[in-house]
Design a protein around this ligand. Structure first.
Ligand code: AMP
Length: 208
């Protein structure tokens, strides 16, 4: 299964991807997680992207395309992967298609998680992650137990300003990717509003 999750920031891509990869036995390839790991490690890539990410901007296409091409060529991704956060621009989608064509493989589905903008800001600014388990909580909608709450981390780009920049980028740069996958017959639009279990069930039925 080769699958892509597309959706605005805070639409639940990371949460849903983590649930789906177990079911399909494929690696979760999150470009945001890869970049955050590079920033945490202080690598040259991390130094290059940390400011862009903190402000909610997009990292350059060439950098992202090289990163993903290398990742999906790894042995664990040969028979499938779930891409979360890539492609985010039309050039990235075109480059991905070229890489798949070259390796003689095809995509099976593109899941688009739909959540209205008004809900996104509320979801994102209250979002917190447990650095140990990577589980995502929300201060209001899904509070962490008292023993975990003190160690939760607030992503640097989950401030209201950065969130609005990311939403604007999503509409300008990422939304134009969806017609490409619609034309290919791969696009599955799923309502991303509601309890995570309900959204998972909708995704599973959209993929069936
Ligand atoms: P995410 O965790 O997917 O929300 O990504 C966090 C941040 O990483 C984004 O706001 C961008 O700054 C950067 N990023 C992740 N994936 C991409 C991509 N495909 N293209 C450009 N920037 C990206």
């Amino acid at each position: 299964m080769r699958m892509i999750f597309i959706g605005p920031p805070g639409s639940g891509k990371g949460t849903q991807a983590a649930r789906l990869v177990g079911r399909f036995g494929i690696p979760h390839v999150s470009t945001g997680d890869m970049l955050r790991a590079a920033v945490a490690a202080g690598s040259p890539l991390g130094q290059k992207v940390s400011q862009i990410m903190a402000e909610g901007g997009l990292v350059g296409d060439d950098t992202m395309i090289a990163l993903v091409a290398e990742r999906i060529a790894q042995p664990d991704a040969r028979s499938g992967f779930l891409l979360d956060g890539f492609p985010r621009t039309v050039p990235q989608a075109t480059a991905l298609q070229a890489a798949l064509d070259e390796s003689g493989t095809t995509l099976d589905a593109v899941v688009m998680l739909e959540v209205p903008d008004e809900l996104i800001v509320e979801r994102i600014t209250g979002r917190r992650q447990d650095p140990q388990t990577k589980r995502i909580y929300h201060l209001r909608f899904d509070p962490a137990p008292p023993d975990i709450a003190p160690r939760l981390v607030h992503r640097k780009d989950d401030t209201e300003d950065a969130c609005r920049t990311r939403l604007a980028k999503y509409h300008a740069e990422t939304a134009p990717v969806t017609p490409i996958y619609r034309d290919m017959g791969l696009l599955r639009c799923v309502d991303g509003v509601g309890a995570p279990d309900d959204v998972t069930a909708r995704i599973v039925s959209a993929l069936a």
